[in-house]
Design a binder for this molecule. Structure first.
Ligand code: ADP
Ligand code: ASP
Ligand code: MG
Length: 410
């Protein structure tokens, strides 16, 4: 007997037929003698619909009330799911976040899980029931409803699996695993049998939405055995795991594309101590995450400063840096939303020279201009013009031969 946490995404519960299909799969696991905890997303498109509805009444919806609204999407699916199982004679109980006791901070719309009290879930499991938990939502210390940010049901699932010390956490979605790149962008994308936690962290943060980044963080920290599988097939899927020697031999495991960033450039910034902090401190205080930062070599005491922020944060960022730029005597603040970030990821990069040069060569071969570059131990990212994003994915995928599985070690 195993304790298994399964999460089903929006497309897997998009209509009553699919809910019944997924519920039957879960019931099978339960009949086989496993303890089953199921985390569900809202039906596909529902969260977007609710956001649109909110915007029809308020240009800038109040974050607390928006979370109350958005949490309803997941309430619908868990109740329908458990209702169906009960109608089949299978005992099931749905739990919302306050019942499953998923505690978060009060950062509405992007709340962090700070603790889970598993007593109620364990009690239900002990009674032999399937427990269905609403994904994406949490509750703060005084009972306000919060949500974890888009794609947050993955995080609910992994966090519950960690808290319960589950034997396995399976994320069921509309693709049958983690691919070398988004299979919707390149037909030659190949399903990976395994990917390391660190590679997956990079892939998620660089645009591969198949797993939400915080879920991977939890999985790594608490060593949760994590698999990504399809709810439409019985394929084995991809295992997210610790790295081993074989994985270290492959310089590049995946390519990711992100279209969520925008670029801000401040020209003729006086080059003296304390300027960077005057610009970036208020941005940080507004909870805006700055990704890449580039400062040019100073000429005649002035320099240009370029950085990227999430597209949704651009307006607020400009409102903050505009006045500061004027105060410090910079020339102007420019911005560009037509950018994409293309990245290659691989733990083997650590031991392989020349990977960056091959990447730049491949992009230049297609006349793709690189606007910014950033690197870490296991990834290289380039900001390019948005219109070249998909071309860059295909070119890099082909350049690093990702279509072909690496040879097996004897
Ligand atoms: P769910 O609603 O089940 O949470 P998501 O839409 O959040 O599903 O994530 C699944 C999608 O992630 C896939 O349909 C695919 O287009 C996209 N994706 C992006 N990068 C990758 C990748 N490297 N491997 C697999 N899927 C990817
Ligand atoms: N329903 C939420 C969303 O669409 C959470 C999730 O699906 O993971 O972002
Ligand atoms: Mg998702």
């Amino acid at each position: 007997m195993h304790l298994i946490v399964q999460k089903y995404g929006g497309t897997s519960v998009a209509n009553p037929d699919r809910i019944a299909n997924v519920a039957n799969r879960v019931a099978k696991g339960w009949r086989d003698g496993n303890k089953m905890v199921v985390v569900l997303s809202a039906m596909a498109g529902e969260t977007d619909r609710l956001i649109k509805l909110a915007r029809e009444l308020s240009e800038d919806p109040d974050p607390r009330e928006l979370d109350v609204l958005l949490a309803t999407g997941e309430q619908v699916t868990v109740s329908l799911f458990s209702m169906f199982l009960r109608s089949q004679g299978v005992p099931a109980t749905s739990l919302l976040s306050h019942q499953a006791r998923i505690y978060t901070d009060r950062a509405y719309g992007r709340a962090r899980i700070i603790g889970i009290d598993t007593a109620r879930v364990k009690e239900e499991l002990k009674k032999g029931r399937i427990v269905t938990v609403a994904g994406f939502q949490g509750v703060d210390e005084v009972g306000n409803i919060t949500t974890l940010g888009r794609g947050g049901s993955d995080t609910t699932a992994v966090a519950i699996a960690a808290a319960l010390k589950a034997d396995l956490c399976e994320i069921y979605t509309d693709v049958d695993g983690v691919y070398t790149t988004d299979p919707r962008l390149h037909p030659k994308a190949r399903k990976l049998a395994r990917i390391t936690y660190d590679e997956m962290l990079e892939m998620s943060s660089l645009g591969a939405k198949v797993l939400e980044i915080r879920s991977v963080g939890f999985a790594k920290r608490y060593a949760v055995p994590l698999a990504v599988r399809s709810s439409f097939s019985d394929q084995p899927g991809t295992l997210v795991t610790v790295e081993d020697e074989e994985m270290e031999d492959v310089p590049v495991s995946g390519v990711a594309l992100s279209r969520n960033d925008s670029r801000v450039t401040i020209t003729r910034v006086p080059d003296r101590p304390g300027i960077a902090v005057r610009l970036f401190r208020p941005v940080a205080d507004a909870n805006i995450v700055v990704d890449m930062i580039i400062q040019n070599t100073s000429i005649d005491g002035y320099t240009d400063l370029t950085f990227t922020v999430h597209r949704g944060d651009l307006k607020k960022t400009l409102e903050i840096v505009g006045p500061v730029a004027r105060e410090i005597g910079a020339e102007q603040v420019l911005n560009d939303e037509n950018i994409a970030k293309i990245s290659i990821v691989g733990v083997g990069m650590k031991n392989n020279a020349g990977v960056a040069a091959r990447m730049f060569e491949a992009l230049s071969g297609e006349n793709i201009n690189i606007l910014m570059i950033s690197t870490s131990e296991i990834k290289i990212s380039c900001v390019i013009e948005d219109k070249y994003g998909e071309l860059a994915v295909r070119v890099l995928h082909d350049t690093f031969g990702l279509e072909t599985p690496p040879p097996k070690k004897k």
